[in-house]
Design a protein around this ligand. Structure first.
Ligand code: GLY
Length: 370
């Protein structure tokens, strides 16, 4: 039975381990501190359309492909784990706080429309009809029915249970180096001196992916995000995910089924700075209140920092590397939860069968070679 080590125990690493175990592989996950992983901090938007940026056409296609996999992925995971997947089919409202913000959103709507993804423009009155909790400053916005969300903490638990049930083993450790011989990966060495051998190694360690002493450059850097969690309690609850552009800044509010609302996120090039700052929290709460005034009455239950794994072109790095037997699934940047089903399928297919799905070919490490 082939043995595979997966470096990283977050959503991507656990999902890859689960898929490989389904194919009959003997899999060990080497997980760092789960309290640091973006998988537990993220808001969990499954939002290929409202997260898209002009010009990122290939990335949009990848993200949409993963969204198409989401429902069957969630159903299968719920069946085998006996736990909720966290999938929440709430539509998204992408709203504008000012005239410039509205113009920008209309442009995005047209760009998506031209690519066959119609989004409906709603006036401020129509928006408040759909979502009565929106504040009076909202000028108009896009209704995107299929930009959903997922409670990523529930998803993570279900994935761990599904993987464990198929015999996936987890060891805790920080991987200092990937061991290799004659151009082939042979295992990993951890900070506490463990040497773990395997036929195949998969790097799925998010923002930490650049730190495993690889014999080539893996261009992944951490982009800090401060994220808050509010509890509605008995107060009125949002029925949509709301993303708002207001005077140049951006905030999103992602409701959970239990009344929690995730509010995010700052975007900071601060390396692995772990501080929750007064300014970061202030701006998120200020913008959230502007767009959905009742949030000022909600309980502030959590303030956390996560690190998005970013690459020079904002797109993931998937598949083979210059070392035989070493595969990467990193650089999901703002779309890690969305991309989990696709990346798990793609990497399992590559590691187990040497087949790289065509959707992944524009996203291999080779694109950075020049
Ligand atoms: N996907 C949202 C964020 O990265 O903040």
């Amino acid at each position: 039975m082939p043995t595979t080590l997966v470096v990283g125990g977050g959503l991507i690493g656990t999902a890859v381990a689960w898929r490989l175990a389904q194919r009959g592989q003997h899999v060990t996950v080497v997980a760092g501190d789960p309290g640091q992983a973006a998988s537990g901090v993220a808001a969990g938007m499954l939002a290929p359309l409202t997260e898209s940026a002009f010009t990122e056409t290939a990335l949009l296609a990848l993200n949409l492909d993963s969204l198409r996999r989401w429902e069957t992925f969630a159903e299968e995971l719920e069946r085998v784990s006996g736990l909720p997947s966290g999938l929440h089919r709430t539509p998204t409202l992408s709203v504008a706080g000012g005239t410039d913000d509205a113009a920008r959103l209309r442009d995005l709507g047209r760009w998506l429309d031209d690519r066959g993804h119609p989004c409906r423009w709603l006036t401020s009155r129509e928006l408040r009809g759909a979502e009565p909790l929106l504040g009076p400053s909202v000028r108009g916005g896009l209704l995107v029915e299929r930009d959903w969300s997922c409670d990523n903490r529930r998803l993570w638990t279900a994935l761990r249970v599904a993987a464990e049930r198929l015999g996936v083993r987890t060891v805790t450790g920080t991987v200092l180096a990937v061991e290799h011989e004659d151009g082939r990966a042979t295992g990993v060495r951890t900070e506490d001196g463990q040497l773990l051998a395997a036929d195949e190694v998969v790097i799925a360690s998010g923002a930490w992916a650049g730190g495993h002493g690889l014999p080539f450059e893996l261009p992944v850097r951490p982009v800090k995000g401060q994220v808050l969690r509010l509890s509605a309690g008995r107060l009125p609850r949002l029925a949509h995910t709301v993303r708002a552009f207001t005077q140049g800044s951006e905030v999103y509010l992602v409701p959970r089924s239990d009344g929690e609302v995730v509010v995010g996120a700052t975007v900071e090039e601060q390396g692995f700075d772990a501080r929750v700052t007064a300014g970061g929290v202030y701006e998120l709460l200020r913008d959230a209140r502007q767009v959905v005034p009742v949030t000022a009455e909600y309980e502030l239950s959590e303030c956390r920092v996560g690190w998005r794994p970013a690459t020079p072109d904002n797109a993931p790095v998937l598949g083979p590397t210059p070392l035989a037997g070493l595969t990467v699934g990193v650089g999901m940047y703002r779309n890690g939860v969305l991309l989990t089903p696709l990346v798990a399928d793609v990497l399992a297919g590559w590691v187990d069968d040497a087949h790289l799905e065509p959707v992944a070919t524009p996203f291999t490490l080779e694109r950075f070679a020049s």
